[in-house]
Design a protein around this ligand. Structure first.
Ligand code: EPU
Length: 439
């Protein structure tokens, strides 16, 4: 498919200003939350990305009207006439995203049943949904797996419960929140994920009338209420997209002002950026990231759940680490297969060796299990343009960064995948002076 190829002429630092809007990992979930209300909700700072379009389509299939609000990037979601959707229509969204699984609790509350098609999302590990279904069964749901998807019912309604997650999974924590707020009685969730996007979802639900507390020990307590209203909310900015542009500035020896980036949600990233040798300056409306000249430093990096170093920051930063002097060690502890993208970087001239062992300070779930989840990056290396096929969202953006930093021309195939999570990225690249063109 030639129309899905971006030609990148590398070797020029990217310089200028771009804007990030609401977080991809919050906005679609806040849209699902609107389904729980008895009144319309207004969500602001909504980016035009594919995950938003998928959820919009699924909501509309279930009778929620979704229209643009007064300000750009505002959605008004009206759940007054929620209705059952045709299974074949829902199934048309199979494989498009991971968000459909979060419809379970809200649909069980509103309709008493739900159908969830096969899920999509990035191929960065097995990505099972066992925690989600265990959680839903704890609330009293029954789940029947058929060839086309999962059929759920709640014959006796949903009741609050005590749950401990085996791992602080983001999606499973959201599943509990979206189900517990209207369940009968109290729910206690321990070992919960506490990512900033989850806190923002809690803010959304609290605005709707929910009662939710978040303790410092990863325990979330929810007291179910009979009814929720609508909300008006401005989505928190996308800290993952902001970090991607920051890494692009570093790898290309450039300078990017990311309008909308927020320091509070990026503390851990900013510390690592500074250790590598990147420079940044925070002001009231954004952060400027740049390469200050001189050599970059090799570092030891371990991904983790929040407040650790976010796994989605890892792939773009690894490209910058190919330009650092010495041996960097990267231990990926959230997804077992999130380092596969490095083989293409090696074809471009990088020296990255993968290991099955846990090379970080802390042994993780993937040690001794045959997963190549640690890397040693030896640098600096000069990258050369190449033919690249995008493997997943963040890996894909990382290939763009590598192509921009490389000498010569690259052809990046499967470029549309990046639209899943990066709004208008081609316009942004052009605004930063990148030499890119569609094949
Ligand atoms: N896990 C299970 N069973 C489950 C659920 C999760 O074993 O039922 C495991 C996963 O396989 C993984 C770990 O738990 O090893 C963490 O998964 P989590 O549930 O936290 O991830 P997610 O909710 O599916 C979201 C983001 C990801 C981000 C992770 C971690 C969305 C739509 N996706 O995924 O974002 O990496 O949390 O913060 O919110 C991305 O933006 O590129 C991306 C992949």
């Amino acid at each position: 498919m030639t129309d899905d190829v971006l030609i990148v002429h590398g070797g020029t630092p990217i310089e200028g200003e771009i804007r990030v809007r609401g977080a991809k990992n919050l906005v679609p979930k806040a849209m699902v939350a609107a389904l729980l209300g008895s009144a319309p909700s207004r969500l602001r700072n909504v980016p035009d990305i594919r995950d938003v379009r998928v959820v919009r389509g699924l909501l509309q299939l279930h009778g929620v009207t979704v229209r643009s609000g007064e300000e750009p990037g505002e959605l008004v979601l009206d759940p007054s006439h929620v209705e059952s959707a045709n299974v074949a229509d829902i199934d048309a969204h199979a494989g498009s995203s991971r968000i459909p699984i979060l419809f379970c609790g809200p649909l069980l509350h509103r309709l008493g049943h739900a159908f969830i098609p096969g899920l999509g999302g990035c191929d960065i590990g097995g990505r099972p949904v066992d925690f989600h279904f265990d959680v839903l069964r704890s609330f009293g749901a029954t789940i029947e797996k058929r060839a086309d998807g999962q059929y759920l019912e709640a014959p006796k309604g949903l009741r609050g419960c005590k749950i401990r997650l085996p791992y602080p999974s983001v999606g499973s924590t959201e599943q509990v929140l979206l189900t517990a707020v209207l369940a009968e009685g109290d729910t206690e969730l321990s070992n919960a994920a506490v990512e900033p996007e989850i806190e923002d979802l809690i803010c959304v639900l609290q605005k709707m009338g929910a009662i939710i507390s978040l303790d410092t020990d990863r325990t979330i307590r929810i007291t179910g209420v009979d009814q929720l209203g609508g909300y008006t909310h401005r989505a928190l900015p996308d800290r993952l997209e902001a970090a991607s542009w920051a890494s692009a500035a570093l790898a290309t020896k450039g300078s990017v002002y990311v309008h909308g980036a927020s320091q509070r949600e990026m503390l851990t990233f900013l510390n690592v950026y500074r250790k590598v040798g990147g420079a940044f300056e925070v002001d009231e409306v954004g952060i400027r990231f740049w390469h200050p000249g001189g050599a970059l430093n090799a570092i030891a990096l371990e991904t983790d759940v929040h407040p650790g170093f976010q796994t989605d920051w890892q792939q773009p930063l690894v490209v910058a680490l190919t330009q650092a002097s010495g041996l960097s060690i990267v231990h990926e502890t959230v997804y077992e297969s999130r380092l596969g993208f490095t083989s293409a970087l090696n074809q471009m001239g990088a020296h990255i060796q993968l290991y099955r062992e846990c090379l970080g300070g802390t042994p993780c779930r993937f040690g001794q299990r045959n997963f190549l989840h640690s890397a040693v990056v030896s640098g600096p290396t000069t990258l050369q343009g190449a033919d690249l096929v995008i493997p997943d969202l963040r890996g894909g953006f990382s290939y763009l960064i590598a192509a921009l930093a490389a000498q010569g021309t690259s052809r990046v195939h499967g470029i549309d995948l990046i639209n899943r999570g990066y709004e208008n990225f081609e316009n942004k690249l052009e605004a930063l002076g990148a030499k890119v063109e569609r094949a």
